[in-house]
Design a protein around this ligand. Sequence first.
Ligand code: DGP
Length: 119
Amino acid sequence: MKTKEDCIFCKISSGDIPSKFVWSNEDVIAFHDMNPQAPVHVLLVPRHHSDNILDLAAEEEGRQVFSQLLAAVPRVADALGVSESGFRLIINTGKGGGQSVMHLHIHLVAGEGLSESIV
Ligand code: DGP
């Protein structure tokens, strides 16, 4: 598993920055976004470091890491109690995509107000 020394999400994953996880396993962590944009706003983060989804797609282990993220989605949705009510997943990529933390992550957002979708 690849990690990056100066990456904040790698530090959260390793425990160097103490955080309360909503859910975690050996491959993926999930925690509340510190700047929530919806009533429920959680980040799903692979412990493996890739700057973004393009980098992950180019890596040999990319499919495996993405499968681990996929497998985490229903677990995290259940932990948050939004499997039935529904939620939205977002992956910002690069500056033009609004990405500010350069460690691939999925935003899971849910709750009132999500009907105003741009897609
Ligand atoms: P993005 O813009 O897609 O790269 O989203 C990064 C999100 O990460 C942003 O909504 C704020 C959140 N975030 C950044 N640093 C931390 C942190 O140290 N702890 C938590 N809980 N969230 C963070």
